[in-house]
Design a protein around this ligand. Sequence first.
Ligand code: NAD
Length: 480
Amino acid sequence: MLQLQNFIGGQLVPPAADRYLPLLEPATGQVFGQVPDSDAADVEAAVQAAEAALPAWRALPAEERGRRLVRLAGLIEENLEPLARAESQDNGKPLRLARTLDIPRAASNFAFFGTAAGHFATEAHVQDGVAVNYTVRHPLGVVACISPWNLPLYLFTWKIAPALAVGCCVVAKPSELTPYTAFLLSELVQQAGLPAGVLNIVHGTGPRAGQALVEHPGIRAISFTGGTATGAHIARTAAPQFKKLSLELGGKNPNLIFADCDLADAVRTSVRSSFANQGQICLCGSRIFVERSIYEAFKTEFLAQVAALTVGDPLEEATHQGALVSEAHLQKVLRYIELAHEEGGRLLAGGQRVYLPGRCAGGYFLQPTVFEGLSPDCRVNQEEIFGPVVTLTPFDTEAEVLAWANGTDYGLSATLWTRDLHRAHRLAHQLHAGVVWVNTWLHRDLRTPFGGMKNSGVGREGGLEALRFFTEAQNVCLKL
Ligand code: NAD
């Protein structure tokens, strides 16, 4: 049986306590491997390896560090198929999605930050004839990168790449539910010629391995993506040690669809933003507000397209909807469906667990689910479900829909559909969301700041924001 290992000091090593957790395939419910259940001893070894590698890594010219990362990007591209298969097996997502989104994006993350390493410049502030100030950006040192299960290799590498680019060494922990591609990355890291200890990967649960990593005094910064409650816990742990924190947390994102939009595009894209990756993307729009004059037309076409989504074996080309990540997560989403009924919602589509025949008989499948008739302040419209469940709500005025869109504790992303240029800008600026898409969704440019407002997080990833995050700015003032 497949047995994953930690990657510490350039070697694949078993966990110190020799404890493992089962690795389940969500599409079948079957155990297909084991993942280390690491603890503080493994974290200690990884931090020590990172500290030992740090002086040489930070002393390398940025272009040289960048070259290794670009090489790693190339190796990910060469291994697209096995990586995509591993991601699909581990997470339940359609193989097609892993092939076209997750793995290519993981390669792009390393290529982007690898090339950015050579462009990263610092600022100088000249006071004419008086003084010149210039900023030195020192790599922070050894940093922790902790990622969730929904876009496993995509989000794992999104954190690691900028940290390595600026000269930090990394101890990274992927989700214990989806560690397979991070393990495969270990082998590619060796081939890419990253010196031993520059990137260390420790597998295990949040409370054991994750907590030990966050608490470790050798860790100078934590880049975390995951749930809001976990983020709050990490912030409480890290604050007394004054560790730098980047927290990318949950969302409850609105789609605002106005009558003057391109309706066909708005419907097609909203189906995708509702159900891509079984609704398990932090950027999925789960509250769909539609201007009343086009509400019925939108609803009819939306439901027709939802009915055409195939729930099936993630390995089959025709499958649009794979499995949810775990039985526990499926049960959580089913409880929200019950709650939607209790809160007075009218079920328009789905709502049931799906039992597939054959290989996938034990898998965690759910129909794409649509409700209407729920008030914007009910729990279903306030709490993050993180599954294939959305609500449709008609609105009458711009002020009303803006208040509803902003009326949650979250503020990650929002999607606006209108052809009115003035309205698009006016509303975008008033939305409490770190990312606003107008007439599109999930269109990403890796140079842009990425992150959430309110309970959706602290700090921004992407481009210069990420490079700066992993550095300590120092000002040097020279009298002229
Ligand atoms: P989670 O918070 O349960 O776990 C995320 C990671 O944190 C895992 O690796 C886990 O092992 C680790 N962890 C848990 N407890 C820890 C602790 N005490 N100390 C250190 N590490 C700990 O989240 P999840 O269920 O894996 O992911 C789903 C959540 O992630 C959703 O809320 C989703 O919105 C969010 N998410 C946010 C973004 C974003 O960019 N804002 C992107 C993807 C997912």
